[in-house]
Design a protein around this ligand. Structure first.
Ligand SMILES: O=C(O)c1[nH]c(=O)[nH]c(=O)c1I
Length: 310
């Protein structure tokens, strides 16, 4: 039984990755993931300069998932680009470089740096950070998405993925797919956290995180049905050359099975990886292989995208 998969020309021996933002801000954390059973790692979304991020408490673990308003704390693009240049392809593992500029200009500036670098891996342009005060998610402004992609593909010749926010309406699925299908995108990654949720502690009658009055991105069990819907809806609408990474609500082999059934080529684990650490990759790989064995599947292609309707 094989958990191997690929995105474009990039081979992953295991379809499991961390989600950007979780245990991936330092080289130590990134090396730990590369040394685990994960098929590769994704770096914390980078900005042109180092950033402290929002005030704490800015993340809260909950029985059904998590809420966060980190505010893009990171060591800056140079730190992660250096790591990516030095580690991409090491023992057959992929390093995906995530970037999240606070403006189109910052994204172009960073993508030019990546283009001119020796990095030969996948770049993930994050258009869906919900937690930078005063900034809304670019992924909800289809004209802005078209603008940044038009500018990008004038000079960027390396493989590019997009991290997108969750969409909740068929007009939105159609709208974003219409834009994406016009560009040579290697993959999309759906979903980012469900932005600006609110968790209340009824004991203390208070919010649970400090930034933005307690509003933050939701992850975990709360988001799985929305994640599966976005993987499925975009698989049905996008050109077949655009691969899909499924992110959202994964904490078991069965959750991975569901994402692949909806069309995911790879999957990323955020909230649950934050709790469990790198042992999760071995546990979930084992669980998924057991499920595939029971169902008589040998490879992910045997069932990818084959969700039945009734
Ligand atoms: O607050 C963050 O740093 C953050 N948090 C998220 O839930 N998604 C994102 O893309 C980002 I850049």
């Amino acid at each position: 039984i094989s958990l191997a998969s690929h995105i474009g020309d990039y081979q992953f021996d295991n379809l499991l990755l961390n989600a950007a933002g979780v245990r991936c801000s330092t080289t130590d954390e990134l090396n730990k993931t590369l040394d685990s059973m994960a098929g590769g790692c994704v770096t914390k979304s980078a900005t042109p300069e180092e950033r402290a991020g929002n005030e704490s408490p800015r993340m809260k673990a909950l029985p059904l998932g998590s809420i966060n308003s980190m505010g893009l704390p990171n060591h800056g693009i140079d730190y992660y680009l250096k790591f990516a240049e030095e580690n991409q392809g090491k023992n057959g593992k992929q390093v995906i470089l995530s970037i999240a500029g606070l403006s189109i200009d910052q994204n172009i500036e960073m993508l030019k740096k990546v283009q001119d670098s020796s990095f030969s891996g996948l770049t993930e342009l994050n258009l869906s950070c919900p937690n930078v005060k005063g900034k809304s998610q670019v992924g909800y402004d289809f004209d802005a998405v078209r603008d940044v992609l038009t500018s990008t593909f004038k000079f960027f010749k390396k493989p590019l993925g997009l991290k997108l926010p969750p969409y909740f309406d068929f007009n939105q699925f159609n709208g974003i797919a219409e834009v994406l299908n016009d560009f040579p995108i290697t993959y999309i990654n759906v979903i980012n956290s469900i932005g600006n949720g609110l968790v209340v502690d009824p004991e203390t009658e208070s919010v649970v995180i400090k930034p933005k009055g307690g509003f933050g991105g939701l992850g975990g069990d709360y988001v799985k049905p929305t994640a599966l819907a976005n993987v499925r809806a975009l698989r049905q609408r996008l050109n077949p050359e655009i691969s899909i990474i499924g992110t959202g609500g994964i904490k078991s082999g069965m959750d991975v099975f569901e994402h692949v059934l909806c069309g995911a080529n790879l999957v990323q684990i955020g909230t649950a990886f934050g709790y469990e650490g790198t042992p999760i990759f071995e546990r979930i790989s084992k669980e998924l292989k057991e499920i595939m064995d029971k169902k008589g599947y040998k490879t992910l292609d045997d069932f990818r995208g084959k969700l039945k309707t009734i």
